[in-house]
Every structure is written in C-alpha cells, then in structure tokens.
Design a protein around this ligand. Structure first.
Ligand code: SF4
Length: 341
C-alpha cells in the first residue's frame, strides 16, 4: 500500500456520511472534536514501538527494503479475495495465475532491495508456489460446498467504522477498520477471521494480547459496515469467536520434522491452522479507554524508542532508527501539549 493511497483514503473517509450516521454531527451524541480517522492498522502499529510508528506514519519514511514474506502474503490475500468475489471455486489455478501476474508486475516497479540478501528469481518462484499451495488448501476447506451454510463467509474485506468514546472523559474518536472476513457461526452469532501468512505461528500469549482482534470485535458490536451497494449495515453483536487463520501451517513438511515436541512425517501438515481468539465483554469495554490512550500518544506525539531484540531485528526502519539514536529527547515533540485535555 503506497503512502499516498493511504493518505488519500483517509482524506476520503473523513468526509464520509457514516460519521453522521454514527452520531458525529454538531451537538450529536458522539461528536468528535478531532476529525482524524484512525485506522485499526495504524492503532495496532502504535501499540508496538511508538518510534517505529512515528517513522512510518508521521515522518512517512518509505520502507527500507521489501520482504518476500510480505509479497507472498499480499498474493495469497489477493487470490483468496478473488475466489470469494468471483465464486471461482472450480478455477483456483486460473484465479491464482491472474493474482500472481498482478503481484509480479508490482514487483517489477518496486526497486527497493530485498530485506534478505541473495533473494533471487528462484526464491520468488518458491514463494509463489507456497502461496498457491496455501490458496488451494484454503479453497478445499472453505469452498461453500465444504462448509455448513451457517459457517460460511458472509463478508470479505469488510470496511467498518466506529466512534470510540472514552468511558470516563467521554471524548470521542473516529476509528476505521477492514476485516478480512466476517463469517456466520452457530445460531445467529458471528465469527471474525483474519488471514495470516507471516513467518511465525502465533503463541497463546500473543493471541490473548492482540489489540487488533479486540478492536475488530468492538467494531462489529458498535460500528457500521459498508455494503456492496454503498449502504451501511450494523451487526450489533460481539463476535462469538474470532479466528487467526494461519495458512503457512497448510504447507506440508518437505521432510520429517519436530515442532513443539510433536513429530511430523514428510508430507504432513504442520498442526492446526485455525487459532481461536476469544475476548470477554469486560475486555471489549476496557478497549475503548485503551484506544483513546493510544490516540492521545499519536495526537500529542509522545513517541519513544522501545528497544526489543526481536522487534528491532524485524523493524523496517532499523537503519533510520539507528542513525537518529542520539536525537531521542529532542525528537519528542511536546509542543502541542496545550491541546491536552
Ligand atoms: S529499530 Fe527498534 S527501537 Fe527503532 S524504531 Fe524499530 S522497533 Fe523501534
């Protein structure tokens, strides 16, 4: 996603009629003094190292490198979305080929170096092959004929909007989000599914703490979602559960392996690919205050470096961060503190 597109999209969202529908009008029950739209990805980024957030979203530094894993992830998401929108379950290889051609074309116009040295044509071809395996395995399990009707995907890439009110100060903020999938669950309840293709399987601790999922669940209950015809639709319920759909576990092992004490033969899948994410109502209620706290960090530019071995190693602004490492205090801009309330 280019930075211009991101900013243009935000500018378009600021004037969207959805905000009035949610009560943000002069004297309205959810009037927001700050008309900025805070996307869930932006809020999730600020939940990690706020300095990395600053470099990405405030300084708008371009990424220093491109990662093969991200390319593979975009291709996989693109192909799966196409399968759903075109109901092309009988033409998986053909749909994948179109998505792959588009992703390869994007690669040709991107002249950043690869994050991993010596990444060549063969590596790209391998990543595309892995993506095809994930998409085929996904299609086999999620084609409508393979699922009871009540568990099927209802919405894909659902664009949602909500206004978050601080429980104590009553300050309101605008938040937008895009949910990979909203599915039916048992009875009349719902599931939110997020498709993941990263290098690491999620730990239970990670799933329990993930703010991204909590924001999604809150949005499903409080927000409005765009329909295909441009209308607005509420769901008015917390999801009964959410799913971290980790597709790399659908790529069979090439050779015998052991993971977390479990032995696998060549050709075996790598354990479950569906990780449930559950939140309580109390956790959702706390999230409103947490979102307001994160937004205040962004608004008042209270950014600090949060060194963490693993996070810094994978940080896309590592070099820029190291270059400015001595400017720590002077770079924290507190000029606008009078705005604090
Ligand atoms: S290198 Fe580490 S401290 Fe610096 S911005 Fe990235 S995550 Fe933050």
């Amino acid at each position: 996603m280019s930075d211009t597109t991101y900013r243009e999209r935000l500018a378009n969202l600021q004037d969207h009629a959805v905000w009035a529908a949610l009560g943000d009008y002069p004297g309205g029950p959810r009037e927001c003094k700050d008309k900025t739209v805070y996307s869930s990805s932006r809020l999730s980024a600020a939940c990690g190292c706020t300095w990395a957030y600053k470099l990405s979203y405030e300084d708008r530094l371009p990424e220093e490198s491109r990662a093969l894993g991200s390319w593979r992830g975009t291709l996989t998401h693109r192909a799966i979305a196409k399968l759903h929108t075109e109901a092309a379950w009988e033409a998986v290889p053909e749909v994948f080929a179109i998505a792959e051609a588009q992703s390869l074309e994007e690669l040709e116009t991107d002249d950043k170096p690869w994050s991993k040295r010596d990444c060549g044509v063969k590596d790209v071809a391998e990543a595309a092959q892995e993506s095809l395996v994930m998409v085929q395995a996904y299609a086999a399990r999620n084609r409508p004929a393979a699922l009871p009707e009540e568990l099927r995907v209802k919405e894909i890439e659902a664009q949602g909007f909500m206004i978050v009110k601080h429980p104590r100060t009553k300050t309101c903020y605008r938040v937008s989000m895009t949910l990979d999938q909203i599915r039916g669950y048992y009875g009349n309840t719902l599931n939110v599914t997020d498709i993941k293709t990263g290098a690491q399987e999620p730990s239970q601790v990670f799933l329990a703490r993930s703010k991204q999922f909590t924001i999604y669940g809150l949005g499903l209950k409080q927000g409005l979602f765009l329909t295909e015809t441009g209308g607005l639709m509420p769901f008015k319920q917390y999801p009964a559960n959410m799913t971290y759909l980790y597709l790399p576990n659908l790529i069979p092992y090439k050779r015998a392996s052991t993971k977390q004490g479990v032995s696998y033969k060549a050709g075996d899948l790598r354990g479950t690919h569906e990780f449930p994410v559950i939140r309580t109502e109390a956790e959702y209620e706390k999230m409103s205050a947490e979102i307001c706290r994160i937004i205040q960090i962004i608004r008042f530019k209270l950014f600090v470096r949060d060194d963490d071995d693993i996070r810094c190693k994978m940080c896309r602004h590592k070099t820029a961060c190291e270059v400015g490492i001595n400017a720590r205090e002077t770079d924290v801009d507190l000029a606008n503190m009078s705005d604090l309330y």
